[in-house]
Design a protein. Structure first.
Length: 710
């Protein structure tokens, strides 16, 4: 009979840990309980059944009639005893069921394991992990080793490997607690299985120690690599063939069977003829890629190669999407019983080589037809004999090329050649360094000429060793004569101007002292003009000095340079107030010429204003250093401003002196730039790279800034 627990006293029993005892339910206050209302049970004794510590159910006794006395402790204890006995019986039954289920699971696992063992496509060997004795193996293992499964059982796994390396195999198998799959030892030696007939088979071995049926077993899965190794050997042979082809000519190779077509073709051949790698290349496909005018040549060459064993070497054109390309194709017979049967050859895309040859021919022509002299000397020979001389060198020296080749360039020297310059050239050659210098040489007819020689070492194609010296010679005789004439004229002109201006100044002073009114005013004006002309000659001299200065760029303390210049200006112009403001110490890449430029700006300002002159040094956001020279004067005229900023003149904009030209030349030669603003006075800003910048970081003087020489 099945009862609803909600209408039984058991629902209350399960909630307590001690027996529930009712001898007269109505009198004990249970008349309203669903169990009494439903069944009319006056008497109840029950307790909870526990199985494995959890409540499972109840053991109870009920009666419809009440008891005259309450249940005793012994009666309650009896019920609890019955509940414990029932609980233990249930636990025993459940445990038995679990054992049966575990046994069945192990049996199913063993059956599954045996099925997988036999169904594996690879050889499988199972051995005792402690003894190394084989417990079982599948049919694939028997086929691989040559032993039967019965023979394998009981054998040591080491017996399946070569005797010479058993210690290595023992170490490998002993470390297989994690999955290990190898086909070689760590030293690269391949793994082998030794068959019952004594032959060795290359294998890949996967090992793992597992627990099965409370036993530690070593599971080995073995794959026969015989076919794989044969394929690898074939690939190596093919690779050797490709390597040989590449080593021979660094191009694509092919082999041809005249009956069946191409038998071997490297990837490069497919690329050259624009054929997919996954297609079979045919001779017809090669013909189709050729320029129509070249197809007959190749067909005839293959025909002679097949019938007469005649080799060929052709340059052919290919039509491609990129235009016409050039290839070189070479074919040679493979002799068999003195009759041509197969052929082997190479094909090389020489489009780039042809282009390089054209470029070389153009360069050779440009060098050969250049108006300057160009020679090449052999550096490996202590005498440095000339191995090449262009037409320009012949025309410049008057010597025929046959008289030049094989001789040292010293044959151009003569009595007027400066020996010190020759020593400088010799030292540069000994040190394998470049040099540029001017020296007096002599033509074939004995006529002297000035030669500006630039000599540079040249290294070999595959070495850093100097193999040749290239000499570039330029006839600068006319330039030398012109420079000398200008120097003489400049010296005479400045000397005469200075002397004549001194005379004019003396006469103008006399006139000014003895006359008055307009005549005296004119005399004083003449005196000032004479002084300005004399000062102009001094500026020209300074300009020449600075232009000829070859001091290299170096890090300079720009604040110290400004303070040095201002100190000199204060001495020359004691009535003018000069002030310097700056940040902390700042350095720029410059030369001593910077002080000359700053002095010229300060001097120009002091002459044209009575106001304070300020020098301010600051760092800009882009890292450059700015030097600002400011005065409160009337402002710089447009012509002077244009010269200062650009170093150039136009018919409408030109300067009245050389001082601002000199400033522009110096600043731009230092890699700087100049800007002028005229707003409430004049501010000239010089911007220079900081000392931390390299020469390549420094902005070049471009655009209208010019180079001070335009």
């Amino acid at each position: 009979m099945t009862l609803d627990r909600a209408t039984t006293y058991c629902r209350r029993t399960i909630e307590t840990t001690s027996p529930l005892a009712l001898s007269n339910a109505p009198e004990e206050g249970w008349a309203d309980d669903p169990a009494y209302e439903k069944h009319g049970w006056d008497c109840y004794l029950g307790t909870t059944i526990f199985v494995a510590g959890d409540s499972y159910g109840t053991v109870c006794f009920v009666a419809e009639t009440a008891r005259e006395t309450a249940f005793s402790a012994d009666e309650k204890a009896l019920v609890e005893l019955i509940a414990r006995l029932v609980g233990r019986a249930i636990e025993t039954a459940q445990h038995q069921q679990e054992l049966e289920a575990t046994t069945k699971a192990k049996q199913r696992a063993a059956e599954t394991y045996e099925a997988l063992l036999q169904l594996s496509p690879n050889a499988v060997v199972v051995a005792d992990a402690d003894t190394g004795r084989i417990e079982t193996a599948n049919s694939e293992a028997a086929s691989l080793t040559g032993y039967t499964v019965a023979e394998l059982r009981g054998m040591s796994v080491l017996e399946l490997h070569p005797d010479s390396a058993r210690e290595q195999y023992a170490e490998l198998l002993g470390s297989s607690h994690e999955v290990t799959i190898k086909d070689r030892f760590d030293d690269g030696e391949p793994l082998y299985i030794r068959r019952d007939d004594g032959t060795d088979v290359p294998i890949e071995l996967g090992c793992r120690t597992v627990e099965l049926a409370d036993q530690q077993l070593q599971l080995g899965v073995i794959r026969d690599l015989t076919e794989q190794r044969e394929r690898e050997a074939a690939l190596k042979r093919q690779h050797a063939f490709l390597e040989q082809t590449q080593e021979t000519a660094n191009l694509g190779g092919w082999e041809l069977d005249f009956e069946t077509g191409f038998s071997q073709v490297t990837d490069e051949v497919f690329r050259i003829f624009d054929q997919p790698l996954d297609t079979e290349l045919s001779i017809e496909a090669v013909y189709d890629r050729l320029h129509p005018d070249d197809r007959a040549s190749l067909k005839q060459a293959f025909g002679r190669l097949e019938t007469a064993g005649e080799s060929f070497d052709l340059t052919l054109r290919l039509d491609s999407d990129d235009g016409v390309r050039c290839v070189e194709m070479i074919g040679n017979p493979i002799e068999d019983d003195d009759a041509p049967n197969d052929a082997r050859g190479i094909v090389h895309d020489i489009t780039d080589r042809k282009a390089q040859q054209r470029d070389l021919r153009l360069k050779d022509r440009a060098i050969e037809e250049s108006s300057i002299g160009i020679t090449v000397a052999d550096a490996d020979d202590p005498e440095l004999p000339i191995v090449y001389a262009n037409q320009g060198f012949e025309e410049m020296t008057g010597y025929d090329r046959s008289e030049i080749i094989g001789r040292n360039c010293r044959f151009l020297q003569g009595g007027g050649t400066d020996e010190a310059t020759v020593e400088e050239i010799r030292a540069a050659v000994d040190n394998k360094e470049s040099i540029q210098t001017d020296l007096l040489n002599y033509r074939a007819d004995g006529t002297p000429f000035w030669n500006r020689l630039t000599l540079s070492p040249v290294t070999g194609v595959d070495t850093d060793e100097v193999t040749h010296f290239v000499g570039v010679q330029k006839d600068i005789t006319a330039q030398k004569r012109r420079d000398r004439l200008i120097t003489v004229l400049d010296r005479v002109l400045r000397h005469n101007i200075r002397n004549d201006m001194n005379v004019i100044s003396g006469y103008s002073d006399t006139i000014a002292e003895r006359a008055d009114g307009e005549i005296a005013s004119v005399a004083r004006r003449i005196r000032r003009t004479a002084g300005e002309l004399t000062e102009l000659t001094e500026t020209v001299r300074d300009f020449e000095t600075e232009i000829s200065d070859t001091e290299p760029l170096a890090d300079r303390d720009v604040v110290a340079d400004v303070e040095t210049v201002v100190a000199d200006l204060r001495t020359e112009y004691p009535a003018t107030d000069f002030r310097v403001t700056s940040e902390a110490e700042l350095s720029v890449r410059a030369t001593q010429q910077l002080q000359v430029a700053l002095k010229e700006l300060g001097d120009n300002a002091a002459k044209h204003t009575d106001s304070e002159i300020r020098f301010a040094i600051t760092t800009e956001k882009d890292g450059t250093v700015s030097i600002r020279v400011h005065d409160e004067g009337a402002g710089l005229p447009d012509g002077e401003r244009h010269v200062l900023e650009t170093g150039q003149e136009t018919p409408l904009k030109h300067g009245s002196g050389l001082g601002l030209w000199l400033v522009n030349w110096i600043v731009t030669s230092l890699g700087g730039e100049i800007a002028v603003t005229c707003d409430g006075g004049t501010t000239v800003t010089i911007r220079l790279p900081k000392a931390a910048e390299t020469d390549t970081d420094r902005p070049a003087a471009t655009g209208e800034r010019g180079n001070g020489i335009a």
